[in-house]
Design a protein around this ligand. Structure first.
Ligand SMILES: *Cc1c(COP(=O)(O)O)cnc(C)c1O
Length: 404
């Protein structure tokens, strides 16, 4: 072992076959010469070489080691290895945000003339990225129903290279059958990319279900406390390598400080996702029983149209739900404006509960017909349930609901 290899000696030779809870705490850690117990942060832009010859060898890629933090950084590597281990993947590329992860996948794997099929229920900025920028470079985009695999087959053509989806969807919590869609993507010769932001690897592991790449906005549950922006792409080295090439040249890489926050976030992700799911389940039951609530969308309800699929695909329902109140937009706004604790913000995946009116915020750009086709009525409210005591969340929502 040379000095560098010694420094990198992983202290994890006995993690083979370890459970996800163990990987969340232990995977990817390399101790420095200081033998620190908690993961170190390396806030450095560049690295020094012992000689001109060593610098030359590093630049040529003939000797392993760090050159510049746009290429590699030890703190970022720890986050990447830990998240890859938790997703059951060979490799991970960390990015400056969730959107940078989606951007890097597109730039690395698509070219002019290619065709993308995207679920019609994905994050708004993803659609803007595809429509406003990818189209400019000659990539064609179609939209398909996430719960109907045949729709994806029907919309495919000889140029289809990429399927993109989120499951469950925002804000209707529709669940895509990842296994069934992976069969179609293989038939078509397309890559299946799943944005796993709502579930995290604790709840759903898309690669094991047949996906080719997994996207994360680490900004959400992986941070879990609303502090840092970051993202990641996870999958086999053959598909991650071209993405690393894009990140190195274009530069949307993760900062070491953010990587450290996310690494520590992964350690508590399992217990947080359980707590978010339990609180959300209690909120869903309470909302269902409320006379002013006309509908509740939540993955933990037996009335969910894909309840059987959810049992097979997810280990927990997750922390996000949506519900419809009487009185359309006025009713929904009244409930939102009557809260005194819950945060009015479109963000999610925070210890603090957040509330939003999709029809006039995240889905405000759609026409009313498009919104209704997606099931997003004016009376719909999305609640990302945090870790406060549920009794307090209920009391806060009751202010507006009871007055409707
Ligand atoms: C927030 C979000 C993104 C974008 O992530 P950023 O870190 O904000 O860039 C992508 N997909 C989903 C599902 C999200 O919720």
């Amino acid at each position: 072992m040379n000095e560098l290899e010694q420094l990198l000696a992983p202290y994890q030779s006995d993690l083979d076959g370890a459970a996800i809870e163990t990987l969340a705490v232990r995977a990817g850690q390399y101790r420095s010469q200081e033998n620190e117990h908690s993961e170190a942060i390396f806030p450095t832009s560049s690295y020094v070489f012992r000689s001109a010859a060593e610098a030359a060898a590093r630049f040529k890629g003939e000797s392993p080691g760090n050159v510049y933090s746009r290429y590699t950084n030890p703190t970022v590597r720890t986050f990447e290895e830990r998240l890859a281990a938790m997703e059951g993947a060979e490799a991970c590329a960390a990015t400056s945000s969730g959107m940078a992860a989606i951007y890097a996948v597109a730039i690395a794997h698509l070219k002019a003339g290619d065709h993308v099929i995207c679920s019609r229920s994905v994050f708004g900025s993803t659609i803007v990225l595809f429509e406003k920028f990818l189209r400019k470079f000659g990539v064609d985009i179609s939209y398909a129903d996430p719960v109907n695999a045949d729709d994806w087959r029907a919309k495919s053509n000889a140029n289809t290279r990429l399927f993109f989806l989120e499951s469950p969807s925002n804000p209707m919590l529709e669940v895509a059958d990842i296994g069934a869609l992976s069969v179609v993507s293989r038939e078509v010769g397309a890559m299946l990319v799943v944005d796993n932001c709502f579930c995290t690897p604790v709840i759903q592991r898309p690669l094991a279900l047949g996906a080719d790449l997994v996207i994360h906005s680490a900004t959400k549950y992986i941070d879990g406390q609303g502090r840092c922006l970051g993202g990641a792409v996870v999958g086999p080295m053959s598909l991650i390598d071209p993405i690393i090439g894009v990140l190195r040249s274009a530069g949307p890489t993760m900062s070491p400080f953010n990587a450290w926050v996310f690494t520590k976030g992964l350690e508590t992700l399992g217990i947080r996702m359980k707590a978010h799911s339990e609180n959300a389940a209690q909120m869903a039951a309470w909302l269902l029983a409320h006379p002013k609530v006309t509908k509740v969308n939540f993955c933990g309800l037996e009335s969910h149209p894909q309840y059987d699929l959810i049992q097979r695909q997810q280990t927990l329902p997750g922390g996000v739900l949506s519900f419809e109140v009487e009185g359309g937009r006025d009713g929904a706004w009244k409930v939102i404006d009557s809260t005194r604790m819950i945060s009015i913000t479109a963000n999610l995946g925070d210890t603090k509960s957040t509330i939003t009116h999709p029809a006039t915020t995240t889905h405000g750009r759609l026409s009313e017909e498009e919104r209704l086709a997606a099931g997003i009525s004016q009376g719909l409210i999305r609640l990302a349930v945090g870790l406060e005591n549920v009794v307090d969340i209920q009391r806060d929502l009751a202010h507006g609901l009871d007055a409707l």
